[in-house]
Design a protein around this ligand. Structure first.
Ligand SMILES: [Zn+2]
Length: 70
């Protein structure tokens, strides 16, 4: 899951832009999402390529931990 690095929670993150990629009219396994934290106004970008490589930039982090606040 994706968390705000400042608040250390995903609770206040919202997607402000999401983009999927098309190839020959079909959706391919690649996407780009821009996140914004409504608590501290941090922003970050999450991108996943066709090879399942994940790139994260900005003030967000990807964690495999279970959420602190269920
Ligand atoms: Zn935050």
């Amino acid at each position: 899951m994706i968390e705000c690095t400042n608040c250390e929670t995903a609770q206040f993150l919202q997607i402000v832009r999401s983009r999927v990629y098309f190839e020959d009219g079909e959706v391919i396994n690649e996407l780009s999402e821009r996140y914004e934290c409504t608590l501290c106004n941090a922003t970050g970008t999450y991108a996943r390529t066709d090879d399942n490589d994940v790139e994260v930039s900005g003030d967000i982090t990807v964690t495999t931990e279970r959420p602190k606040y269920a």
